[in-house]
Design a protein around this ligand. Sequence first.
Ligand SMILES: Cc1ncc(COP(=O)(O)O)c(C=O)c1O
Length: 513
Amino acid sequence: MFPLHLQPESHIPLYVQLCDQLRSLVHGGELRPGDRIPASRELAVQLGVHRTTVANAYAELESEGLISGHVGRGTFICGATSARETRHVPASVGLDGGLRWEALFADERGEEGLSRLIQAAPSGAISFVMARPAAEFFPIEELRNCSNAVWRREGAEILQFGPSDGYPSLKQALLAMLRAEGYDASDENLLITDGCQQALDLLCKAFLRSGDTVVIENPAYPGALAIFAGARVRMLGVPVKTDTGPGTTPGVDVSAVEAVLMQNRVKMILLTPDFHNPTGTTMPVVERRRLLEIAARFQVPIVEDHIYARLRARGEKVPSLKQLDRSNLVIQIDSFSKIAFPGLRVGWIVAPPNVIDRLRLVKQSTDLHTGQLAQAILAEYMRRGRLSRHLERVRKAYSARLAALEQVLTRLMPAGTKWTRPEGGMCVWVELPTGFDSSELLIHVRERGVLYSPGRYFYLQNPQPNTLRLGFAGLKDREIVRGIAILNEVLRLEMRKRQRGARRADVPRVALV
Ligand SMILES: Cc1ncc(COP(=O)(O)O)c(C=O)c1O
């Protein structure tokens, strides 16, 4: 079944929406040359639309050379197509007789499209694709000094095998930071990881068997979806409310979490309550308390992804789930990736001691331990008080960038476009007017040197094609303003084209016999 989602309430004709979405599946690599697409009658039933709508879309795509229909065989994505079908070649053997590795891979990797998008950024492009730190703030000289100091002092320890739960001096430095923030944590509550991505992997290995159920936000961080999908874990997506402002309760829909827990045996809940990736939303404290009460009632652990929480740009700090937890059911995962240096690949987990004990064993069988040079440098950097100063500096810079982005969105975006108002973090979530497909729009925006992440990469289910994520932290104010100006120009141009198209839409373009 294709991830197609038409919006009948839109002023954009359904066949145009369908064309856009199929085109973007091809551009995103989800449909490849030779893939067969459903017959128009079949797809019409699947989408609940008239067959003429699908036939019109297919006619349009065929005229563009993107698909071709073959009487009696079906409709295919164009390219090197039909030899396989006619020669009955086994799936794991290529047309040249060699091994087709792709046919042997154990699972399908959902994030592939997004990684490709990141790699494909033309040089000089203004890229809103990534939610990552700005490289101009990396304190290379200070880190070099820290590195020299640790080599001189503890070179032999760094080069030797070390404890799986982490390099002792980094654990001490992190515990000092956590205690200063009000956490009641000691050495047995802490395990160092290669970052939050590895933390998710370790938790998955420690707790989840194939077929177990986890609750996850929809949309969510694609790296988490990939971990669970790879482990054949059943994911149940709960909507994230993106309305912000007075009287709203942004963040995961807690009532929906409760409804899911009532009807399913859930093994774990994974949430990013602060500056959620991709929507930027933050759960209010009342909702956090309600969630904790529900999780305690059903005795389901919560994994709190705390990776963005220290990047607050404005507003009152909200206590973390871990800080509010009175039932000992929160595992917090965290990382230096967003607050400092993602390339060092260091993060940590705060959890009850028996959980840490188990995770230590899992970590041992995964990679023995995280690289000790990176841990020792970070420990020294923290010990010298540099991390808090760095964090203060980047927090201010990202906060100014967020303000610049909001200002230009408010000034330029056409009516019908909505976006979230994050209180920090690294991304803003945009909803284009209904009926627009952000993946299709990206093709035109990219031609003008601008990139963003289409929303569909973040959805577990029910993707909203008109959404997109803007990662702003790595861009300077002037790049943000220029990038949004280009997005606005392309969007308005497309709107005008579609309005013209809408006037033609009532006329059937294909005679169906
Ligand atoms: C919500 C979330 N969790 C985890 C990660 C991965 O973090 P790390 O670099 O610490 O592995 C990211 C990275 O983008 C993220 O956005």
